[in-house]
Write a protein that binds this ligand. Structure first.
Ligand SMILES: C[S@@+](CC[C@H](N)C(=O)[O-])C[C@H]1O[C@@H](n2cnc3c(N)ncnc32)[C@H](O)[C@@H]1O
Length: 278
């Protein structure tokens, strides 16, 4: 069997299992195709995984830990249980167990995470919450770390600062850290890279008799919907400076920037103490 074929088969089984759910009745901005395909996109390398920047993440988590105490982490936006698994594997490799809350405005990824947790044991304490960072999602508690992984690109340019401000409200005022991992570059070129990556796999698999036709048909049907959804989003920042400007306008101060790749940056921030003039 082609090494990717079993992933594809697995996705089909899963797709059948979750199809009825399909983000209904919310389908925020047409996210159904995105959320149903997200585990596959993750497995096919379409997303940057938390594990791929695990060393940078571990460094941040360890740097803010005092006396070995655990951290509370809010993950703002999570695509699927595959992404959750990838983050949890980084957290579980730390010597101290942590507490994580996954927040998304769509039920589907949260439901999928809860289903995944039924068969898995983690020492991390895990919660899932439906919340809209542009709507009325207000903090009910403060977190040591807020992780916004490829979240800002979901919003239109005029909305991004508002979302940053909202995320900042979830931080422990003095010690909390906010981590943004964002793609930087022209959105249409970044998306073209993604389409190229995604299209090559099914076209290889289509020639393998071991892959069921209905898996390929499901992919073919959902793919244009996925493209529509992702193209309708606000998109990436053109430059790192643009991202940093919004971070400052959102009331945060940059602590450190990690170059994960030429097109991918991790910026860690704290809340800014307002000066007398502000
Ligand atoms: C790009 S994905 C997260 C990617 C993340 N790196 C991962 O692998 O899970 C962004 C997520 O943000 C969610 N999202 C978009 N707009 C939102 C909003 N206004 N409030 C809360 N979640 C939102 C989407 O439903 C999606 O699951």
């Amino acid at each position: 069997m082609h090494p990717r074929a079993d992933q594809f088969q697995h996705w089909l089984t899963d797709y059948g299992r979750f199809r009825e759910f399909r983000c209904a009745p919310y389908d925020n901005g047409g996210c159904a195709a995105y959320h149903v395909m997200a585990p596959l996109l993750h497995q096919l390398g379409g997303f940057v995984s938390f594990e791929s920047y695990g060393p940078a993440l571990r460094q941040v988590l360890n740097s803010r830990r005092t006396n070995g105490s655990q951290s509370s982490i809010m993950v703002a936006g999570i695509a699927s249980e595959e992404s959750a698994r990838s983050l949890l594997s980084v957290l579980e490799s730390l010597t101290v167990s942590n507490e994580v809350e996954f927040v998304d405005h769509c039920q589907t990824p949260l439901f999928r995470i809860r289903t995944m947790l039924e068969d898995t044991n983690y020492t991390t304490r895990i919660h899932t919450t439906v919340g809209d960072f542009l709507g009325d999602h207000a903090p009910t508690r403060r977190y040591d770390i807020v992780l916004a992984d490829s979240l800002l690109r979901q919003f239109q340019p005029q909305e991004k600062v508002q979302v940053i401000q909202r995320l900042a409200q979830h931080l422990e005022p003095k010690t909390g850290m906010l981590l943004f991992r964002e793609y930087v570059g022209r959105n249409e070129l970044l998306l073209a890279d993604l389409w190229q990556k995604l299209e090559s796999y099914p076209s290889v698999l289509r020639w393998k008799s071991s892959v069921r036709n209905d898996a390929v048909a499901a992919f073919d049907r959902l793919y244009p919907e996925l493209q529509r959804y992702m193209c309708a989003k606000g998109g990436s920042y053109n430059t790192l400076e643009d991202l940093k400007r919004d971070i400052r306008q959102g009331g945060l101060a940059e602590v450190e920037t990690h170059d994960l790749s030429p097109q991918c940056q991790l910026v860690t921030c704290r809340r800014r103490i307002p000066t007398h003039e502000e």
